[in-house]
Design a protein around this ligand. Sequence first.
Ligand code: AMP
Length: 192
Amino acid sequence: MYNLILFGPPGCGKGTQSDKLVEKYGLVHLSTGNLLRQEIKDKTPLGLEAKNFIDKGQLVPDEVVIGMVDSYFDQHKDAKGFLFDGFPRTVAQAKALDKLMELKKTEIGKVLVLDVNEEELIKRLVLRGKTSGRSDDADENIQRNRQEVYKKETLPVAAYYSKSGKVAKVDGMGSISEIFDRLSFHIDKKIK
Ligand code: AMP
């Protein structure tokens, strides 16, 4: 099993690149954002709870997200590997993922960090907000809040993994295919 974490701030291109990476490497895409949006669409109790946080640009509580990841993992027992997108977003989530990996006798192969400057991120999110229909994309204040939450709660996750020697920082500026090639380079190096 080969598991990969795609890491970076809101608007860095994780979703776009994940779609291409899962296709190329045959991984199962585990996007907690997508799973939460599906729960909201299905009007489940979990979705209704999560919506309150998402609409404010805040993180959904760890136990909710971790429970969701555990059950998604169990639903995909035959997966040859997972691409984690938007998870883990806190150190508590990273520790829970470590436990899950241990339990399943597998590990994280690589943590790829997409690096994009903040003004470019806001620009991309404003543009995305025009078509995505996402409530948390629609307002620039919420977007700025999401960047702050990222710095405060999610950046420490990169430090958490840096000790493992699995982290690679990837320039997230440029065209979609340029960035994809940079990401693929790191994965191919690891797989070969
Ligand atoms: P994303 O699609 O990854 O940008 O996520 C959209 C929103 O869903 C985030 O701003 C959070 O409110 C929530 N969310 C997604 N993934 C997580 C996570 N791993 N932990 C907590 N909240 C999350």
